[in-house]
Design a protein around this ligand. Structure first.
Ligand SMILES: *Cc1c(COP(=O)(O)O)cnc(C)c1O
Length: 368
């Protein structure tokens, strides 16, 4: 029998989240609410749909492998040179391409934990060592919830090639502020590339949470990852991008790019979305207003919810996590549980969030 690499055999099989239509059918309700994947609830903008329709008639051709139009639009938007930009089939693919570009077997990738689930998988597939630095508790005795940047900087050694900082952090929603992030960037040695994963940047409302693209300037070992999947509403199309201070980083990533993996439709939609930024901002403002309402409603029920800077909230339910998530699912609400730690709940529409809150009341989870 041909065997997969040991590192791959040992990986857990990907477990997709519940599909809301299947769940609704199974429990005999009209509609289930999915608050599990941090998508926005709004349908694509009209300009995006029009761009997709226009591009559809050309899909007998390959897409532009260099995504020149999109790259130029991003460079203009963020005031960088196109040579500093790389696009990818979702930001997750750029994470993989970064590891392929920078991690020889035996090197290491450092990141906080708990954070984005992709990071440890990335390390394993690259045969790199994962250096996981625990989050620090936000309150004495409270849930672990924010980056320990001093410990993360101290964990970097000669073998470290990539350091991920997810800001705001998925799944806790907490964010690091400017002074501590600047201190961190000053402390990380030049041979390690710091990847500021800002998938949720557009939902940040705290002015003290820095824009990574501004912090990156003048720091050649910093790159910023962003995506069209969350705020920009294009999760189904798969397109993300990276902006590097040093163009050599973008060049290296482009060399490991899976050819043509950013589709013609994805490129067209992303360009149209960028041109509609005002509408996207209005939508983000609605999401963050609803985030504050949801946070308040949860606190009013006695759930210890931290302030979130993303489009989800984190319920630190500890040992009760799995039971509560299952009970919510039985009431047609799909969330994202992390066993033994907590539940991540995407900010939905006000109606969806009310369904979630009503289910939570029935479950009695709030009585902590
Ligand atoms: C969702 C997410 C991404 C990117 O997702 P793509 O859909 O692949 O662009 C990257 N980082 C974090 C932390 C995320 O939550």
């Amino acid at each position: 029998m041909v065997r997969a690499r040991r590192a791959v055999e040992d990986l857990p099989a990907y477990k997709p989240g519940r599909n809301p239509a299947d769940l609704a059918r199974e429990i005999g309700v009209e509609r289930a609410v999915k608050l599990a994947s941090n998508e926005v609830a709004f349908p694509p903008l009209p300009a995006v749909v029009a761009a997709l329709a226009a591009a559809a008639g050309e899909t007998n051709r390959y897409p532009d492998n260099g995504a020149a139009v999109l790259t130029r639009a991003l460079a203009d938007r963020y005031d960088v040179d196109p040579a500093q930009v790389a696009t990818g089939c979702g930001a997750v693919t750029l994470c993989q391409e970064l590891a392929q570009a920078y991690n020889d077997p035996g090197t290491s990738i450092a990141f906080a934990w708990r954070s984005f689930e992709m990071y440890p998988l990335l390390a394993r597939v690259a045969a790199a060592r994962a250096i996981q630095v625990p989050l620090v508790p936000g309150r004495p005795g409270g849930p672990a919830d924010t980056h320990d940047l001093e410990a993360l900087a101290a964990s970097v050694d000669d073998s470290t090639r990539l350091v991920f900082v997810c800001n705001p952090n998925n799944p806790t929603g907490t964010a690091v502020r400017r002074p501590e992030l600047e201190r961190f960037l000053d402390a990380v040695p030049d041979q390690a590339l710091v990847v500021l994963d800002e998938a949720y940047r557009e939902f940040v409302t705290d002015p003290d949470v820095p824009d990574g693209i501004e912090l990156m300037r003048g720091r050649p070992n910093v790159v910023v990852l962003r995506t069209f999947s969350k705020a920009w509403g294009l999760a189904g199309l798969r397109v993300g991008y990276l902006i590097a201070e040093d163009p050599a980083v973008a060049t290296a990533v482009r060399k490991t790019h899976v050819p043509f993996s950013v589709s013609m439709l994805a490129q067209a939609a992303a360009v149209a979305a960028l041109a509609s930024e005002d509408e996207v901002r209005t939508r983000c403002a609605a999401v963050t207003a609803e985030r504050e309402r949801l946070t308040g409603a949860l606190r009013g029920r006695g759930v210890e919810v931290e302030d979130s800077q993303a489009n989800f909230v984190w319920l630190p339910l500890g040992e009760r996590t799995t039971d509560v998530a299952a009970a919510l699912e039985a009431r047609a609400v799909i969330t994202r549980p992390f066993a033994g730690e907590g539940i991540r709940v995407t900010v939905g529409t006000p109606e969806e969030d009310d369904v979630f809150l009503a289910a939570l009341d029935e479950v009695g989870a709030a009585a902590v």
